[in-house]
Design a protein around this ligand. Structure first.
Ligand code: ZN
Length: 238
């Protein structure tokens, strides 16, 4: 990760200004720079448009008719900058690869993955970068069926097991969702806990100040939840 996108505006502005004339007046240079800044970036789409692209991509993936098969296409452009259309908070689970699940090209998704797809300060900082610097207008928290991290948290809490190493960090992070799921008394406690974990982290992100909450309040960024069903490949927004 680097700040190439942060410098994109100034770099483009300088290039545009230089293209006017090396001897152009200061106002002309300023006008050229302003015009360059106004040029929409490739990911300058609305949150709803980003949702549509992900849903359509997931339909292609579930139907086994992906559009993204040529990974050399766009490689030269990607070397210069990234323009992700969405941020994803995904589970580290090996079966949940967001680019595949949403049939998006390399460079389209800015992803943080941790077992149990929860938000902590590290991932929040990355998401702030994705929104503020890279210009992504959508964040999707993606849970999935049969999540081992959520399942383990239920077991550990029920049996009062002490886990070794840093594993208790995962339990502490997922625990709020388990508490919420217990209150719901659903017929499928695991699926309910997975869904509650997604919704809980969506709410946390919507309220995560000072950056993301501000974008959400102004309607410039949406945070949504998704439930990925491994068996059929479909993502359901929840
Ligand atoms: Zn998982």
């Amino acid at each position: 990760m680097c700040d190439q996108h942060a410098s994109q505006f100034s770099r483009r502005s300088l290039l545009a200004a230089a293209a006017v004339s090396p001897f152009a007046s200061a106002p002309a240079l300023a006008a050229a720079a302003e015009a360059a800044v106004d040029t929409p970036l490739p990911n300058a789409i609305s949150p709803d448009e980003a949702i549509s692209r992900l849903i359509e991509g997931n339909r292609r993936y579930a139907a086994n008719t992906p559009a993204n098969r040529d990974f050399s296409a766009g490689r030269a452009a990607r070397a210069a900058a990234q323009y992700p259309i969405a941020c994803v908070v995904g589970c580290a689970d090996a079966r949940v690869a967001p680019e595949l699940v949403f049939d998006q090209a390399p460079g389209d998704l800015f992803i943080v993955r941790v077992a149990g797809n929860f938000v902590n300060t590290d991932s929040l900082a990355s998401l702030e970068y994705g929104v503020k610097v890279l210009g992504a207008r959508l964040i999707i928290v993606l849970g999935h069926s049969n999540c081992g991290a959520v399942k383990a948290t239920i077991d550990v809490l029920k049996k009062n097991i002490a886990l070794p190493g840093h594993l208790p960090i995962l339990i502490d992070a997922i625990r709020p969702a388990i508490d919420l799921a217990e209150k719901a008394q659903a017929s499928d406690p695991l699926a309910e806990a997975i869904a509650q974990n997604v919704r809980y982290n969506v709410r946390r992100l919507e309220q995560a100040g000072p950056i993301i909450s501000d974008y959400v309040a102004r309607g410039q960024v949406k945070v949504v939840g998704g439930f990925y069903k491994i068996a059929n490949g479909e993502v359901e927004l929840i």
